[in-house]
Design a protein around this ligand. Structure first.
Ligand SMILES: [Zn+2]
Length: 450
């Protein structure tokens, strides 16, 4: 049956989807807005509902053939997973893994592959119209220092090595998609960029995706990030985080001889006290948000007034206004702590404070009713999976904070112990996540019927 006919049939047959979610998910018992409108209009014009689009795609013989290809990649994918995992890739040192990925993209049949200024590996698959660009991204960095032992150990269907699940399997998923699309000559209307991006983890601070969305960059209309274990995870909103290193500085001195001089540790303590007193005004109600002083240091000896006192601070929220409100309280608390300690001193010079940003992941609400989110939900439901909608801190933060469509979906299999040396990934139904990603990608990029 031609796709258009399939779609029409599916529209009239499709009941309204209602999203059922877990605790952290959006709470909506309402039918999806796009679905409701589409059903109303269906009698007068062709309107694809998310579920109908995905159902028709899934039935199409070309997509079915691609699904079979994906299932046949199992052994090959494991070999690629081991190859890539055994190339260390901490943030800022992803170049070797990136070069290898570039070769793998070319071997999979994409000619247009480049590595950009920051190290993102970008493989372009041209669309028939080329008026839109859809990016599918998986971060190639891991949290582990370069000297970490990354040799893969196998036990049954479980593979052990730091970084194997998070996010090397995400990269493998992306390669499997490319291979299946190439094998079946699948065409899309939009250009697709397959991207192994750098700098997702820790102090990488999303620098890879930030670069993709920098001012003057080639526009990306929507983005699907692959990260997180399992199959049903669907991140549609961005938990932002601001991180700082604060340093109070003074002349220091002898605890007895210089008593009465301003003390940086005392200033830091006053500043934390101010912050901890006032920040709960923001965090105690409304959208979830948090703050924490994670590390403290400085000082010379027990009988010295220190010349330096430092701390590292992390604050988070899914709502821009809230994280900005915590941030404002934080900065005032630091200044007040400084002023209080300076005012209390009996002699000697004033202290100073330096507040340095060491991380900024912007927050953003995201739109659970956007076609991209709805297509991903429909794709997961078509495999009888219950999507777990939620907000998190992922590569999708950047486009979401800019108001652009973006989601993060799971890499499949079973991930355990991420960010630990005993990390493992179990090859259980891993083809399902790849098939879900294919459906979501084709719905977003516009499948062109052969
Ligand atoms: Zn990750």
């Amino acid at each position: 049956m031609p796709l258009r006919k399939l779609l029409m049939t599916a529209i009239f047959a499709a009941p309204l989807i209602s999203v059922s979610c877990q605790e952290n998910a959006i709470k909506t018992a309402e039918p999806i807005a796009a679905e409701a409108n589409a059903s109303k209009d269906a009698a007068t014009r062709i309107q694809r509902t998310p579920r109908a689009t995905v159902a028709a795609l899934k039935r199409h013989e070309t997509v079915q053939a691609a699904f079979a290809d994906i299932e046949s990649h199992r052994q090959e994918n494991i070999e690629t997973l081991i190859e890539l995992t055994e190339i260390p890739a901490p943030p800022f040192k992803e170049d070797k893994r990136g070069q290898h990925l570039s070769k793998l993209f070319k071997a999979a049949g994409i000619d247009d592959v480049k590595i950009d200024e920051v190290g993102n590996v970008i493989a372009r698959r041209a669309g028939t119209k080329g008026t839109r660009t859809v990016a599918i991204v998986a971060h190639i960095d891991t949290v582990f220092p370069i000297e970490t032992e990354v040799k893969v150990r196998k036990d049954g269907d479980t593979y052990y090595a730091p970084g194997i699940g998070d996010n090397t399997q995400g990269v493998v998923l992306m390669l499997s998609l490319v291979k299946a699309m190439q094998a079946q000559n699948i065409e899309t209307e939009a250009d697709i960029l397959f991207i192994g991006n750098v700098g997702e983890e820790g102090l990488g601070d999303l620098r890879g995706v930030k670069h993709l969305y920098r001012e003057g960059a080639e526009p990306i209309d929507s983005m699907i990030a692959i990260d997180g274990g399992g199959n049903g995870g669907l991140v549609y909103g961005a938990v932002g985080s601001y991180r700082y290193r604060v340093t109070f500085k003074g002349r220091g001195g002898h605890s007895w001889g210089d008593f009465g001089a301003a003390n940086p540790h005392h200033a830091l303590a006053r500043a934390i006290e101010n912050f901890a007193q006032l920040a709960p005004e923001v965090t105690s109600e409304g959208e979830r948000s948090s703050f924490s002083v994670g590390r403290i240091g400085g000082g010379t000896s027990v009988n010295s007034i220190p010349f330096e006192s430092w701390m590292e601070v992390d604050m988070r929220s899914g709502e821009v206004a809230k994280i900005d409100a915590i941030d404002a309280i934080f900065k005032k608390a630091m200044q007040d702590g400084l002023d209080e300690e300076n005012a209390a001193r009996k002699h000697g010079p004033e202290l100073s404070v330096e507040i340095k940003s060491v991380g900024l992941r912007p927050a953003g609400k995201g739109d659970p009713n956007s076609p991209l989110v709805q297509h991903a939900i429909a794709a997961m439901e078509s495999f009888d999976l219950q999507p777990r909608l939620g907000i998190s801190s992922t590569d999708a933060n950047i486009p979401i904070s800019l108001g652009k469509p973006a989601i993060t979906i799971g890499r499949g299999g079973i991930s355990r112990g991420a960010h630990g040396l005993d990390e493992s990934w179990e090859d259980k139904d891993s083809h399902v996540a790849i098939q879900i990603a294919l459906l979501t990608l084709l719905a977003e990029a516009g499948f062109v019927e052969p």
